[in-house]
Design a protein around this ligand. Structure first.
Ligand code: S3P
Length: 743
């Protein structure tokens, strides 16, 4: 036994069954204590433990085991706790840590208080979430806790050093230690462990009681076996658990019974829509159930992940590709589809984190959504008044569009809601939507400086207003139009410059009248939407990376298919053409109210230009990659009137300037833009994308003209708008590799 790994001198295990034996085995094997002693009323178990070498001593009584030990672990059946505690207490050394491994924590605390008269500072209840249907020390396994969770429920009075030692012991067994209150532990376990065991026991018992039980079991396939595996667990132990966690278990049984009854009614009444809603929501929840446990929406949080792009210099772009669906249109297809009457079928939907956050938020509000499956989504609209209160905050990840559009929609609902996001979204300004919504009668709280989270009070009647937007923002315009669908009278918005009009087009497509008069667009509240089909074009903002890539890399020739060419989005093509790019627009057509075309782009000698200010809102998301084009052009490019870039997913002016500097290109940053002198040699270097998807992809494009390797850090958020970017970029000739995964 190695003295430097030992956390305790002498560990006493009271009860050498599966859990006590496995803990003894893990402590012994990993040298976590100098000595392990055990006691058990079953002499055979002790003998076996000694023979297996998992304990060093067997004690004839609890008193003998406890005396001289600095850690005592109670691994006895829950119902025996109080009696055994009474035997432990008189022999416990001063300062010795006492813990247990029982499945219910409230009952353990009550037993301790009954025996000691209070909860002592060195008593720390514990529960390893690990087990097996087998029992007894013969099944002891030193790896039983590896990669499993152990919950400790310390109290205010708990001695911090004892807690640290106990955590270190479990950590040394390979477990991840969590701490929480005993009450919370019991609620969570009632739902996630106790109820499933009850149902498994009950189901097998029900089927065994049916007349044809032999046949039923004979034909029972994998599903039955998987579902009822836990009905093979120890009946005595489980009977203890249910009786000692009575209140929490009763609450969750009542909830489950109500839900089961509703499914029964749905089947009885042939209510397929309800069944589908419950099943699709459950399937999505199953996929993300760890998130669900923490009470958040189910979207994966990419902040947990680290991804690095490594780019070898040079290359040429060739191919015939289709980039993923338009992000703005994908968000809106879910929103309007959910609020419509009838079914909406979407093809070409962007399966990126941002639009998936919107999709999940509607599921959280009771909307049945099938898919996404390779861009196909089927939304069962609930009508304008059909949304239900979500069970917790709606987590919108990185998506500013989702948060701003939702704020308009939710301000008009009858229920309260809360919108949260990741670190980047939590820094972005929301006052621009909260202020005009308040003028309509909405009640919205923001964090300091108008930042998320947004707490929206339901049940407030909205009244239409006229709003002169101070900034050209399609998100603000769309937010107010969505609120306007519910408001009394007319809601009108005047924009200082044209911004993307997907909301207006899609509303019209869903049969809602939208009035446009010059720069002012308006809706009257109280109408309805009718579901239909939406074909989402490829996102011109994603195509932009390849338009620039093929333009700057000598010998390139690339075709991009089915690209959305809405006139409010084509700034990138106008600007690149002004710079001398060779872009052919082919097969122009209109699909579902949106213009679409194929684009053929070939390498060209680009020239620096003064970017016309009226193009800024029409190319607002494409500037990061346009800065790369400018750096590769001859002469100076000047951008003005683009201060909005500073409040995107990152401060795109500063972050791009810093990134360009890291690869040897010096620029001049101004308050509302940048000056880039093209033609400076571009070296390799390390760029920090600040978690901004478009910055990361822009420097992937830059590598085509660099002379050394470029490393781009913090690239996981590329999945927000462009899933599959790395593979697609590589297929066209960008020498990209992505490193990393979950931290
Ligand atoms: C979007 C509008 C733009 C754009 C964003 C998507 C939309 O934001 O940058 O990526 O879908 O309405 P602003 O309205 O803030 O300019």
């Amino acid at each position: 036994m190695s003295a430097d790994t030992a956390i305790f001198q002498r560990v006493a295990i009271i009860g050498l069954g599966l859990i006590g034996g496995s803990l003894a085995a893990a402590i012994t094997r990993n040298g976590l204590a100098a000595t392990v002693v055990a006691t058990d009323s079953r002499a055979d178990e002790l003998k076996l433990g000694l023979a297996q070498g998992i304990i060093q001593h067997s004690a004839a009584s609890v008193a003998e085991a406890v005396a001289g030990s600095d850690l005592v672990v109670m691994a006895v059946p829950v119902r025996a706790t109080r009696e055994v505690l009474a035997a432990v207490a008189p022999h416990l050394e001063a300062g010795a840590v006492l813990t247990d491994v029982g499945s219910t924590k409230g009952s353990f605390v009550r037993d301790v208080e009954a025996v000691f008269g209070h909860l002592p500072a060195h008593v720390i209840p514990g529960h390893p979430i690990a087990g097996s249907e087998k029992s007894g020390v013969a099944a002891a396994n030193p790896d039983l806790f590896a990669d499993h969770k152990v919950i400790l429920t310390p109290a205010k009075v708990t001695d911090p050093r004892s807690l640290e030692r106990l955590k270190a012991l479990w950590g040394g067994c390979g477990a991840t230690v969590l701490t929480m209150s005993p009450e919370y532990h019991d609620e969570v376990l009632a739902a996630t462990s106790h109820l499933p065991h009850l149902i498994a026991f009950s189901l097998v018992d029900t089927l065994a009681g049916e007349d044809e039980n032999l046949d039923i079991f004979r034909y029972a396939a994998g599903g039955f076996r998987d579902f009822t595996r836990i009905a093979a667990s120890d009946p005595v132990m489980w009977h203890d658990i249910f009786l000692s966690n009575r209140e929490a278990v009763l609450r969750i049984i009542d909830h489950f019974t109500r839900d089961l009854d509703q499914l029964r009614t749905a089947i009885d009444q042939q209510d397929g829509a309800r069944l589908l809603r419950v099943f699709t929501r459950a399937r999505a929840a199953r996929e993300h159930f760890s998130k669900m446990l923490s009470g958040q929406a189910y979207v994966t949080n990419h902040q947990q992940q680290q991804m690095t792009f490594r780019l070898q210099p040079g290359g040429q772009i060739q191919g015939d590709i289709r980039v993923p669906g338009d992000k703005s249109i994908s968000h809106r297809s879910i929103m309007l589809g959910a609020l419509a009457d009838g079914v909406t079928e979407v093809t070409g939907f962007l399966e990126g984190e941002d639009s998936l956050a919107t999709l999940q938020a509607f599921r959280d509000m009771g909307v049945t959504i099938e898919g996404p499956d390779q861009g196909y989504v089927r939304i069962h609209g609930v009508g304008m008044q059909g949304l239900q209160a979500p069970r917790g905050p709606l987590y919108l990840g990185n998506s500013g569009t989702a948060m701003r559009l939702f704020s308009g929609l939710l301000a008009a609902q009858s229920f309260d809601s809360e919108l949260t996001g990741d670190e980047s979204l939590s820094r972005r300004p929301m006052g621009r939507v909260a202020d005009p919504l308040r003028a309509m009668g909405a009640v919205i709280d923001t964090a300091e400086g108008g930042r998320p989270p947004l707490k929206i009070r339901g049940g407030n009647a909205l009244t239409g207003i006229h709003y002169e937007m101070p900034v050209a923002s399609a998100q603000v315009k769309s937010c107010l139009l969505l609120a306007g669908l519910y408001a009394e009278g007319v809601t009108s918005v005047t924009e200082p410059a044209p911004t993307r009009d997907h909301t207006e087009r899609m509303l019209t497509g869903f049969g809602y009248h939208v009035h446009r008069d010059g720069a002012t667009v308006s809706v009257s509240g109280g109408g309805r939407l009718t579901g239909g089909n939406i074909d989402v074009p490829a996102d011109i903002s994603s195509a932009a990376f390849f338009l620039v890539a093929a333009s700057i890399a000598q010998g390139s020739d690339l075709t991009l298919r089915h690209v959305g060419m809405n006139p409010t989005r084509v700034g990138v093509i106008n600007i690149l053409r002004d710079m001398g790019a060779d872009i052919e627009v082919l097969e122009q057509r209109e699909i579902g109210g949106e213009p679409v075309a194929d684009l053929r782009v070939r390498a060209a000698d680009l020239q620096g230009i003064d970017i016309p200010e009226d193009q800024v809102p029409l190319a607002i998301d494409e500037f990061p990659v346009l800065f790369i084009a400018a750096a590769c052009a001859n002469g100076r490019t000047v951008l003005r009137g683009a201060e909005e870039l500073r409040v995107k997913e990152s401060d795109r002016i500063q972050v791009m300037a810093d990134g360009l500097a890291a690869v040897g290109v010096h620029t001049t940053v101004t308050a509302d833009g940048i000056i880039i002198d093209g033609g400076q040699p571009m070296t390799g270097g390390t760029v920090d994308s600040h978690g901004d998807h478009r910055i990361a992809m822009s420097f992937a494009v830059a590598s085509l003209r660099a002379t050394g390797e470029i490393t781009v850090n913090d690239c996981a958020n590329v999945a927000t708008s462009f899933p599959g970017f790395v593979e697609l970029a590589r297929s066209t000739g960008i020498r990209i590799k992505a490193d990393g995964g979950t931290e």
